[in-house]
Design a protein around this ligand. Structure first.
Ligand code: UDP
Length: 246
């Protein structure tokens, strides 16, 4: 692992990846909702990554529209609030599917919350089928259950689909020893084990997601989504990132 965060040879061995895109990644400079330009940039990045011959399943969040926990704080029953959150992820997934298909690349939304008039219900078989046809699969609805997040959805789908890695796109270029926005002395890790990340209490993903990734020995690559071509660059081992390995 270099200081630049790259192990290109190892990274290029990943043939099937789960990319976790939060709702925040889709809103660009807006305070909520979707930003068309950002969607186009991410769609192009995904299409260019797929062109490398990599099978891609994207798990989309919904925080740019609604988060269950925030709804619950305002008095909405938690399970109901989470249902609203899951619906938010479907909106993002449909928008991303459109942006990808506009570029001539086939994509399919599979939702863990069945809504067949809008998209296909999620099944492992359907996801594997679409991946084998070089379609970009967009996974909506997280796990399909309240009290979870789309991070956990990403870890769950990565395990189910035998993904080589979870590519966790964030607003910072990896995992730091402390919050770099607060602590100027915070340093970025280039490489960590799942155990180290848990023992050091580093908030990479939520605990349920992390536990699932650790149990199934799935590497997690944490990288910044801010730059154009970030997903492809991260996959190729370029740019800064933290790689969490078993
Ligand atoms: N959600 C849920 N179950 C899941 C995944 C998501 O109930 O398996 C709900 C939850 O309310 C969550 C919202 O959907 O807050 C949006 O997902 P998330 O917060 O993970 O989105 P992100 O922060 O990645 O944009």
């Amino acid at each position: 692992m270099t200081e630049e965060g790259g192990t290109p040879e190892a990274l290029r061995q990943w043939r099937r990846v789960v990319v976790k895109l939060s709702g925040e990644a889709l809103m660009g400079h807006r305070t909520h909702g979707l930003d068309a330009e950002t969607l186009e940039r991410l769609a192009l990045d995904l299409v260019e990554t797929a062109a490398l011959g990599v099978e891609i399943a994207v798990v989309v969040g919904g925080g740019n529209f609604f988060r269950g926990i925030e709804g619950a704080e305002k008095g909405i029953e938690r399970a109901r609030a989470d249902s609203i959150g899951m619906l938010a992820t479907v909106m993002n997934a449909l928008a991303l599917e459109f942006a990808i298909e506009k570029l001539g690349q086939s994509a399919r939304v599979l939702s863990a919350v069945p809504m067949p008039s809008l998209c296909q219900p999620y099944s492992r078989q359907a996801a594997l089928h679409h991946l084998s046809k070089q379609r970009i699969v967009i996974l909506a609805g997280g796990t399909g259950n309240p009290f979870f997040t789309t991070d956990t959805g990403a870890a769950l789908r990565a395990a189910e689909l035998s993904s080589d890695v979870i590519m966790k796109a964030t607003q910072v270029d990896g995992i730091y020893s402390a919050d770099p926005k607060i602590d100027p002395k915070a340093t970025r890790y280039t490489k960590l084990t799942h155990d180290e990340a848990i023992n050091k209490n580093l908030a990479v993903m939520d605990t349920a997601a992390f536990a699932l990734a650790r149990e199934n020995k799935i590497p997690i690559l944490v990288f910044s989504i801010k730059e154009r071509g970030a997903i492809r660059a991260a996959l190729e081992g370029k740019g800064l990132a933290t790689l969490v390995l078993p």
